[in-house]
Design a protein around this ligand. Structure first.
Ligand code: HEC
Length: 382
């Protein structure tokens, strides 16, 4: 289903970036880059890149005058930011609308607006993502002030510049960052030092300490009972530009209720930048009912203002639009089999023994959204 088609679209996009990076110097055949900048970027970043555009933004688009890019200072990182946008902020993706040569020229143009750059030598302990996804495991510092440390953390870095932080002791999706990947400070000083993720957080779930993703539900004479499930990491994998995890859901008595494969990806949509979690759940030997928590997607938002649904014989999709307190919209797309029950802050799956279901949870952030945007999201990620 959508799982595979989507994956190949995104691979293609990422491939464009790798190829673009091989070009350097002034680009032949690229239309006037200054004009392109004025057309596509100036309304937010200002005509001279001083961050003084006319668009009404919930947070300022940055000035390029001082150099120092928070989402990565290398040319490759800046190119990734322009290509894929920054999920969680108004910075849109441009992958669909702009050719790769133009994107490369825009990256050079943005760099040229700042002060002259000294060449930075990249420390040997910095892991950079070039053309393949990477996974590292180790001690992670608190993602934000007040969040717990993660003695057993895990980071998945993708070629788009997005990296995904998970807890590995009891698998939970913790945060998304954008920028460079990670510095292995544990490789120096006889180990013991935490890894240093280099990207800037764009989504932090439940203040960095989210609850379990999956809960088992059962009916009892007292009503509905919910038991949080432990998610035991079994293995991680990388294959080219993709990477993911396998974990088992285990109840308090130690029984394995289901096996899960999870793969995070970025979503390139017309509405804005975003990311997707692709999940594949395989029930164990017994029938079970599971609830998958989606509240982390809308923590900072009110109730949805619009919901669109589409159904076919096998699958269903839902798009909801929530206004965040900072004025950005969070568009959430849920897509899965018809049997999945979409609730306000969760999904319910009733599984037969051995049954396999695949579903996707997408978050897109956008400045504005109307019925057309929602409709296109409903169709686009399918
Ligand atoms: C709708 C408004 C908007 C448009 C259009 C836009 N940007 Fe942005 N951009 C932003 C915002 C807001 C941020 C800062 C995100 C943050 O840090 O919260 C940003 C961040 C960036 C960054 C990352 C800066 C860093 O610190 O790493 C780059 C590079 C960038 N934009 C380049 C561009 C280019 C080039 C274009 C045109 C092709 C463009 N942007 C179009 C709003 C916009």
């Amino acid at each position: 289903m959508a799982f595979h088609r989507l994956r190949s679209t995104i691979c293609l996009l990422a491939l464009c970036v790798t190829q673009t990076r091989a070009l350097c110097g002034p680009q032949e055949g690229v239309p006037d880059t200054r004009a392109r900048y004025l057309e596509l970027c100036a309304r937010c970043h200002g005509p001279e890149g001083a961050g003084d555009g006319t668009a009404d933004l919930p947070r300022p688009a940055r000035s390029f005058k001082d150099g120092g890019f928070s989402y990565g200072n290398t040319r490759a990182a800046i190119l990734r930011t322009i290509t894929f946008g920054i999920p969680g902020t108004p910075m849109p993706s441009h992958a669909g609308a702009v050719t790769k040569a133009e994107l490369a020229a825009l990256a050079d143009y943005v760099i040229s607006l700042g002060p002259e750059r000294k060449t930075v030598s990249v420390s040997e302990t910095i892991l950079q993502i070039t053309d393949r996804a990477q996974i590292v495991r180790g001690f992670l510092p608190p993602i934000i002030d007040g969040a717990p440390q993660r003695p057993r953390g895990l980071l998945i870095g993708l070629t788009s510049g997005a990296s995904f932080e998970y807890r590995a002791d009891d698998v939970r999706f913790v945060a998304v960052r954008q920028g460079d990947f990670v510095q292995r400070r544990d490789w120096t000083d006889r180990g013991g030092k935490p890894l240093l993720p280099l990207g800037k957080p764009t989504l932090v779930c439940a203040k960095g300490d989210p609850g379990p993703s999956f809960v088992a539900i059962s009916e009892s004479p007292q009503g509905m009972e919910r038991e949080p499930l432990q998610a035991r990491l079994k293995r991680t994998w990388t294959a080219g530009q993709d990477a993911g995890l396998h974990y088992w859901l285990q109840d308090g008595a130690g029984s394995i209720l289901a096996k899960v494969q999870e793969q995070p990806q970025i979503a390139d949509t017309e509405a804005g930048a975003g990311f997707i979690r692709l999940l594949r759940v395989e029930a164990g030997a017994l029938a079970c009912s599971l609830e998958f928590n989606t509240s982390y997607l809308s923590q900072d938002c009110g109730n949805p203002t619009a919901i669109l649904e589409a159904r076919s014989d096998q699958t269903q999709a839902h798009v909801s639009d929530r206004l965040q307190s900072d004025g950005l919209r969070r568009l959430v797309v849920l897509r899965g089999p018809n049997s999945m029950r979409v609730q306000s802050r969760s999904l319910r799956l009733d599984l037969e023994p051995g049954q396999v279901v695949e579903f996707e949870v997408t978050l897109v952030t956008a400045l504005d959204a109307n019925d057309d945007t929602l409709q296109s999201l409903l169709e686009q990620t399918r």
